[in-house]
Design a protein around this ligand. Structure first.
Ligand code: ZN
Ligand code: ZN
Length: 236
């Protein structure tokens, strides 16, 4: 039996109608459960409210906020119990801290996985990383490079400032949905691959394979040590 047959199929970057995803939490979890996933993380946007882009997102309920975070977390935890019973699938609560600015050089998106308390996206990066560490949440820099999709706004801040921030980042997205980023320049850093799921068709995209036990601590350790990690293009 090769190592691949013992690896778990994982996706750590998934949006629901709690932010700008098109499917509600239950439908999303059933989709991944029925597709045979072992581990997923729900990571709705937490958008900074300190400029007009963020205010727009909050006004149209495209962001998890301080006042509905408890409801968001409770919904994930409830669904996680159902997912474990029905599909044997582990569901990890997360958020995507989304610092959106006009300048792509200033913008960055950051997954916090296994989050327990709300983290406002208007905090500065150092404060966010320290809060994540205090909560023992895993930090993942999302789509850190130039993307070929002109409709997407690039988020380059963390990559451009990697000399300063890499020490806080547990892993970088080496692939996001259809794009694979520059493997050569990333090779020194820990990596995972995610769908950045917003619609049903995004199920078919780059994913992470992990060789570890199916519990939150084992998954976090596996990503942090980045041994027994592979990526795969999941197709219909
Ligand atoms: Zn993002
Ligand atoms: Zn996302």
């Amino acid at each position: 039996m090769g190592i691949i047959s013992t690896m778990m199929l994982c996706d750590f970057h998934i949006h629901t109608t709690f932010s700008d995803g098109s499917l509600d939490m239950r439908t999303t979890i059933d989709l991944f459960g029925q597709a045979g996933f072992d581990v997923i993380a729900i990571t709705d946007h937490v958008v900074n409210g300190d400029n007009s882009i963020g205010k727009f997102a909050r006004t149209f309920n495209l962001s998890v906020r301080g006042d509905n975070f408890d409801d968001y977390l409770a919904t994930i935890r409830q669904e996680a119990v159902r997912a474990r019973e029905k599909y044997g699938m582990l569901v990890i609560p997360g958020v995507e801290i989304s610092k959106n600015y006009i300048s792509r050089e200033r913008s960055a998106h950051l997954l916090l996985l296994d989050i327990k308390e709300f983290v406002p996206a208007c905090l500065d990066y150092e404060e966010i990383f320290l809060d994540a560490k205090r909560q023992n949440a895993l930090t993942v820099a999302c789509h850190p490079h130039n993307t070929p999709d002109l409709m997407n706004k690039d988020t380059l801040f963390l990559w451009k400032n990697r000399d300063k921030y890499a020490k806080y980042i547990d892993a970088w997205e080496i692939a996001n949905r259809d794009d694979v980023f520059n493997v050569i320049s990333l090779k020194k850093y820990n990596y995972i691959a995610n769908s950045d799921f917003h619609k049903a068709r995004h199920l078919y995209s780059w994913k992470t394979l992990l060789n570890c036990d199916k519990n939150v601590d084992a998954v976090k350790n596996c990503i942090r040590h980045n041994k027994g990690v592979a990526i795969t293009l999941f197709r219909n």
